[in-house]
Ligand binder design. Sequence first.
Ligand code: DGL
Length: 249
Amino acid sequence: MTRIGIFDSGLGGLTVLRELIKTNKASYFYFGDTLRVPYGGREKEEIISFAEDIVDYLENYNIDYYIIACNTISVLATDILKEKYNKDFIPITDMGLRASLACDGDFLVLGTKTTVNSHFYKNNIEKLKDAKVYEVAATKLVDLIESGTLDEENLKFYLDDYLQIANEKKIPNIILACTHYPIIRDSIEKRLTYKANIIDPASYASKFLKSDDENLDINIFMSKKTTATENLIGKILSSPYKLTYTEEV
Ligand code: DGL
């Protein structure tokens, strides 16, 4: 069996796992750091050290290679992790970039403060395409999602603010540059006053990955049991999984 490690600051990366298992059977080992989420906005050194804690944990499971499901970790730690563990780490941001390069028109990047401040998508897309890339740090969304009780009114309030530029300029492509956002994709689409092309890097990742094992096996580790883990995991994943709360990283 191919053993794939996949990790995120919390539950968001399950949206990546959900897409991967549609087309790729393998043994998956997912770690969500629900104890220390959110990562977006934290110091670079702290995020790198958290990512190393997660990989140290997953290394106990003989992982063949990793998918960094978190955009925030991807933009800060990919090279450091590759060098330290001498294994392949596929950053979700590369998947998002490849998916975006196939689309025409301007882009809005919706991400955490860290992802937006890295300008990863903006710099790369504007270098390679004749397109303008707008960026919005949607800082409140991860907290709202991880709280486990999505208050629609509250969500609308923030979304109308974060999507204002998209609605004003009718930006054709919106990159969901944070793995938590696909969880509220319907709400995002409802708050847009026009039809945008929503780019979910996870969809591209599921086509990019090539694993044709016979069986699917899903192991999930969460560093803390929360209202959100109880409410959301089963809603995001429809395949059977084994869940362990580590209460540490
Ligand atoms: N889900 C993560 C991402 O893709 C970050 C969420 C957070 O912890 O701030 O960027």
